[in-house]
Design a protein around this ligand. Structure first.
Ligand code: NAP
Length: 259
């Protein structure tokens, strides 16, 4: 299937590794020019070089913390005209519901709710003027079914989801399609770190923690960044213009629900 987005330009946030990198790769494979971002410049430059070589697209890099106003300003200044926005940032730390104070919630809201909202506010008006745009927000399966140890994530991502549900319908008439992609467990550094936490808490090895978790997923495995990226690229394609304000779960069947 031709996705019809060759020559478009995408900002993919937090994309030197993991799911963001998977999205950047899949868009580049479709001929989309990229602005890539992460805090650490070494992995970011490595990823950008590999993508340029593999897909012959233009890749601009901005090493910055996307969750800060200053970082976002630098990323947006480097963007130029953007047709596709993929929002992403690191997830909040795990813990217990009694652990978190106001500052912890503010940090989680800044990273996983207010940052994507600020980026959409900055870039969606241009997409509306040009009559075409796509936004994919990387959120989490915790939006559909809470993960108790990730209470900060549950809270912040639910807020973003509510915002997108309303605003995506306000901009759809101008050719802008905004959706959220909800990862279940994928084989990235984030998953390794969560497995590390479980291993410590249960006094088991990280490999045992992973096996236990894999056994709890109907697909019996973790997802890959490549699969995730392919779904993202489809939501950014010409074919996705009638998909508005949806929350697309990619979790190997882990969320046990009928609808
Ligand atoms: P990851 O493998 O740890 O990769 C995170 C990427 O984001 C790296 O490139 C990192 O580079 C960059 N990054 C992190 N914080 C950033 C910031 N403040 N500003 C700019 N770049 C930043 O994580 P992932 O597994 O891809 O997860 C991506 C998102 O999906 C997270 O919010 C996570 O909570 C969520 N999620 C993941 C899973 C999963 O199983 N993997 C499941 C559900 C939800 P630097 O460190 O150099 O900045």
């Amino acid at each position: 299937m031709q996705l019809g987005i060759s020559g478009k330009r995408a900002l993919v946030c937090a994309s030197s590794k993991g799911l963001g990198r998977g999205c950047a790769e899949a868009l580049a494979a479709e001929g989309v020019n990229l602005v890539m971002n992460a805090r650490g410049s070494e992995a970011l430059e490595d990823a950008a070089d590999q993508i340029r070589k593999a897909h012959q697209v233009e890749v601009v890099t901005v090493a910055a913390d996307i969750t800060t106003e200053e970082g976002r300003a630098r990323v947006l200044a480097a963007c130029g005209t953007v047709d596709i926005l993929v929002t992403n940032a690191g997830g909040p730390p795990p813990g217990n519901w009694t652990d978190w104070e106001r500052d912890d919630f503010i940090a989680a809201l800044d990273a996983n709710m207010l940052t994507p909202i600020a980026l959409m506010k900055a870039l969606v008006p241009g997409m509306m003027e040009r009559g075409w745009g796509r936004v994919v927000n990387i959120t989490s399966q915790s939006v559909k079914a809470p993960i108790p140890v990730l209470g900060l994530s549950n809270s912040a991502r639910a807020g973003l989801t509510g915002y997108v549900a309303g605003m995506s319908r306000q901009v759809a008439g101008k050719g802008v399609s905004i959706n959220n992609l909800l990862p279940g467990i994928h084989d990235t550094d984030r998953a390794k770190s969560l497995d590390g936490g479980v291993a410590k808490a249960k006094s088991i090895t990280v490999a045992e923690a992973r096996s236990e978790r894999e056994a709890s997923i109907p697909a019996q495995r973790y997802g890959t960044a490549e699969e995730f990226g392919a779904a993202c690229a489809f939501l950014c394609s010409q074919h996705a213009g009638f998909i508005i304000g949806q929350n697309v779960l990619m979790d190997g069947g882990a969320t046990n629900s009928t609808i």
